[in-house]
Design a protein around this ligand. Sequence first.
Ligand SMILES: [Zn+2]
Length: 570
Amino acid sequence: MSSVLEIIPLGGIGEFGMNCMAVRYGDEMLILDAGMGFPEETAYGVDVSIPNFSFLDEYKTDITAIVLTHGHEDHLGALPYLLKKFNVPVYCSHFTAGLAESKLEEHELLGDVLLHRVEPRDVVDVGSFAIEFIRVSHSLVDCFSLAIRTPVGTIIHTGDYKVDETPVIGEPIDLRSFRRYGQEGVLALLSDSTNATVPGRTPSERAVIPAFEEIFVEAKGRIIVAAFASSIHRLQIVLDVAQQFNRRVCVLGRSMQKNVEVADRLGYLDIPDGLLVSLNQTKDLSDDEVVFLVTGSQGEARAALSQMAIQSYKGLMIEEGDTVVLSARIIPGNERLISRMIGYIYKRGANIIEEKRRLVHVSGHASQEDIRIMTEAVRPKYVVPIHGEYRMLFRHKEFVKNHLGYPEENIILIENGDVLELDGERAAVIDKKEIGRTFIDESGFEEIASETVRQRKQLAYEGAVTVVVSIDEETGEIVGEPQIVARGVRGLTSTNGFTPIGNAVPTVTTDNNYLLGDAKRVIAAALSGASRQTLAEDALLKEHLRVELKRFIQKRTGARPVITFVIVKA
Ligand SMILES: [Zn+2]
């Protein structure tokens, strides 16, 4: 057995989301986090992506545990899919477990999975690894960094964190434990880079309270606050300020209602009796007596806020006199959706307050001075920036090099699939695994084959051609003329998008019709040139015809449509 430690990120490096990492020693492997991502392919019916876990198949018997740092979707969302492949024990905080349970329930896995709830400073032994859970501050509650003792040294994985000495809920970050490991000696610090481009310190979760108080003083009508359902500190602030200004709170949107329910049940939210009201009950309240706490801060079409802005959400519409607060950051890629939604809200005559106008949102991630505090507490031999796009990882490296005096060779930039090997003396990327993404259709929790997504893209850009050919079963000869229907193919589509040839005789001769006539001849020629064996087997024949037609269309129009053949045996 080799005495080296391997760190292999499956996702989350050089991209936003899909955080997942394997840590391997000998024949033992831990999986740290199992996050989902939000791919650009949403236009093709893909809701989310997860790492392609098939890379782990060769380590199937080695995987001993899944350890979760916290409950955000980009760290937890892929858990059901990972557990369906490798059902191993899961270790996480109480709140993370609460969110994980509702996910596992949706996937009908709840009874089959061993979920271990751990407390801050608990140490769990899993084979050769001893994992300590260290409390950190973040926008969510009950979040951990992981200190993992291994036979070659200790590694610390920060998870998502910021240094918040005055969180709204729970205790501050446990810097004392980080320093304790720093004194012992830490081999590598795998550290959150999301905000590594931002100078200074990240403000405390409490920093948004004054802006909320001002808004509640000024607003004469209804207040609608859109936030991430997972920003539990923020939700508590809205509840507190509502109570202070004698407003009742109505929670709308599935994920918001679920998270409020879980956080309340587990005792993380402090909700005074009678503060929460149903949508029905708000009808008995005047406008200045109610706050709606809603989903949809990213402009998602199906979420409560967009629906209230564009038409109505369960009969509720944004109206003149309303104050809408967007208490969330813009996730990269969502700018246009959000901008359009803000336009709709203005059209309705409502006032809108966003991050740029008042301090209604603070980040949950470490800025540069937070990174300094963490790195100086842990004093690792190696710094490995994780979580973030490449520019963030790079700036993390530059900051640690220029401001914390780390030599270049002790800061390691890795990519998804890299195998980073540490033996206690040196660290090097020794191999690269091919790790793709798996697309998921959330409506049925089904995987969508990447070939399907590729075809959808091809349909969108190149269109489709369907050909129906009738063949005499006895002679193998074509009967009548092939029918061709082209949709969305440049140079091949008539103005109404429907181009029949064969039975329908074109009244006007155009280039397009010449082309379709030629296409028909290509098919006839391909048929007469087909071997007896090809003619006997539909699949072979279709492929033979498809290749010929594809070559013809591409040569004459440059298009590469999806081509489908229907063979009718007459
Ligand atoms: Zn997070």
